[in-house]
Design a protein around this ligand. Sequence first.
Ligand SMILES: [Zn+2]
Length: 248
Amino acid sequence: MRPVQKFNIGHVLSDGQLVTANYNPYGKANPILQENLGSYCSYCEVFSSDLEVEHVISKNQDRNLETSWSNFLISCGRCNGRDNKTNKHVDFSRLYMPHLNNSLLPYEYKEGGVIAINSDLNDTQKEKAQNTFNLLGLDKYPGNPNYPPTSKYPQGFPPGDKRWEHRRKAWDIAVCKRTDYENNIIFARNIAEFATQRGFFSVWFTVFNAHIEVKQQLIIAFNGTAINCFNDDNEQIERNPINTVDKI
Ligand SMILES: [Zn+2]
């Protein structure tokens, strides 16, 4: 998941308005979230014109946070849908979240739309990465043993959940673009511009792992990417270096 940096309360928006602590009704925050974070689902990273204000702590869990800017991300209907996050309990100490952690670090993006847990994590971190999968269902791809086939769902999850397939296509396109880039047919900026119209920052960032210049352009081009999650060589770094429990 792309790590993101939310606007602070008081941030001056493009129309001159300030970001406020509360939005009532919360839907008013939608365009502000998209100015801040781009038109990407905060979880699956798809580029979409149909994103919803996402209550990180659900309204069921804490009604007091229903209008709170600090509790908002933006998500697609699938990530926040009935079969995924919806009203599940959220405990930040047991999860990785894109606005609090370097949410790229716990995961490895791979060919075929696959996301796996980074094998370099310690056991506690692996558990948090798995909890985050369980919350969002981002690891729903055909063949994942965590989602065995059932009579209702032969691929192990509802057929409408195409997040893995969108990720797979983004991967395949990124690989083609990488060849063009290495043959000097296109430039880093072109790749970033193209990628912003598809989403899946994490996929692009992974495919272009060896190309610092492209990674730099991706970080710049995707609105709201948390720049403190990358070092001068555009490598992923821990976001919470003074946290003694978990620096990710
Ligand atoms: Zn999503």
